[in-house]
Design a protein. Structure first.
Length: 415
């Protein structure tokens, strides 16, 4: 059954193929999550359970077999009746079983749409856990690089102070920044454990298993070429509500048919003993012959209130699902606009940070050269170095936010 579940996942799995190749590792993790995540497996089991109800709805009720023994035998012309065996079967009105099967089939299809939505939501949940790990790894790498550069600055400033070309203040300043950076790096290392636990929990594996993340996450042109109408035509939750509306309508038809008579057919077999009160030599035709009696019955649905109430219930449920669909469309449209804005915002910020990083590196190179020649402006050198670190971190954060917003848009548009 697990193999069937995985095949179903792969059948509906297409959204990662539309992403850039840089996210290939993430796509591998999603395949792993789709196979192992217990929440998604539970949704598929619910679909299979709903599918099993179709056969139940299409089946007749069990036949009735009864046996009765006459404590006081009923005397008849051909002998006393000793026992009776009855077998009967009720048949619903024509089309009732088909209507019940339609209701069950539509509800099963709705459960499958719920499974598809859970699969899409799993992708988004995984993205929310994966890309913060990318940001963390990038920040740790930047802090390590910063520590190496500050250590170089400390060596140079110490040498200049010993040679009488610099100030002890410069040495103390760079030492303070080194301690800040080392503390930041330690905090980032400690932050990795809860992030790993969250990510691996989605994959249903050991919580502290290492995760391989991409080195960079650069956006590709055309990734936000989405059609807003696809929200309404492709989103599984919309499809689920539409199927539930159809199921409610079918339930109304079923209630109407259940209010029609039911036809029963049966057979009675009566065990008859031979007569013992006949004079010697007298024989009666069929003496002690068992009786066989076919029967036909008809249920008369006189109490119509429950059938009318069932139809009313189904119609009200259909109206409720229609209102839920309208509300969901409004919410998805709002989230669509917010997600597209978020993607546009982060794209602009990434471009800004790349430009600022390039310009700041130029300034930093000039200040480093001036300090090497004159021993002056060391404080400005440190300030610009920290400014560069800030822009590099902000760029990593913007890349993370871009990918999460893109994953959210994938979910909204059921990509």
């Amino acid at each position: 059954m697990k193999r069937n579940f995985y095949i179903a996942v792969l059948t509906v799995f297409g959204l990662t193929q539309s992403l850039v190749t840089q996210a290939q590792k993430f796509g591998d993790y999603f395949s792993m999550a789709a196979e192992n995540n217990p929440g998604l497996q539970a949704e598929y089991k619910m679909f299979e359970a709903a599918l099993a109800k179709v056969d139940q709805a299409n089946s007749l009720s069990d036949p009735t077999l009864s046996f009765g023994y006459f404590i006081s035998p009923v005397e008849t012309r051909v002998g006393p009746q000793r026992a009776r065996i009855s077998l009967s079967q009720m048949f619903p009105w024509f089309g009732t079983l088909k209507a019940g099967g339609n209701v069950a089939a539509l509800n099963a299809e709705a459960k499958y749409q719920s499974f598809l939505d859970s699969k899409n939501a799993l992708y988004y949940d995984l993205a929310q856990a994966y890309y913060p790990l990318f940001e963390l790894e990038k920040w740790m790498e930047l802090e390590e690089q910063n520590i190496e550069i500050l250590q170089l600055y400390k060596t140079i400033s110490t040498s200049k102070f010993e040679n009488g070309e610099g100030s002890m203040v410069d040495v103390l300043r760079v030492d303070l920044m080194l301690k800040d950076s080392e503390t930041n790096l330690q905090i980032l290392k400690e932050k990795k454990r809860p992030l790993l636990s969250k990510f691996n929990g989605i994959l249903n594996r050991d919580e502290f298993t290492e995760v391989a993340v991409s080195d960079s996450l650069l956006p590709s042109a055309g990734l936000i070429d989405f059609q807003k109408d696809s929200i309404y035509s492709k989103h599984p939750l919309i499809g689920q509500l539409e199927l539930k509306m159809d199921a409610a309508e079918a339930q109304s038809e079923l209630a109407a048919k259940q209010g029609l008579p039911k036809i029963g057919v049966g057979l009675d077999y009566v065990l008859v003993d031979k007569r013992t009160d006949l004079a010697p030599g007298i024989n009666l035709p069929d003496d002690g012959k068992d009786a066989l009696m076919p029967m036909v019955s008809l249920s008369v649905p006189l109490y119509r209130g429950k059938y009318k109430a069932a139809k009313k219930e189904a119609n009200l449920i259909k109206e409720a699902y229609s209102l839920q669909k309208e509300d969901l469309i409004n919410r998805l449209a709002s989230e669509y606009e917010m997600s597209t804005f978020k993607i546009s915002e982060q794209t602009e910020l990434m471009q800004l940070y790349r430009d600022q990083i390039a310009e700041t590196e130029q300034v930093l190179n000039l200040l480093y050269s001036d300090y090497g020649n004159s021993g002056e402006d060391f404080e400005e050198l440190l300030r610009v170095r920290q400014q560069l670190l800030k822009y590099e971190k902000l760029n990593a954060t913007a890349q993370k936010e871009y990918q999460i917003a893109l994953a959210k848009l994938n979910y909204i548009t059921a990509r």
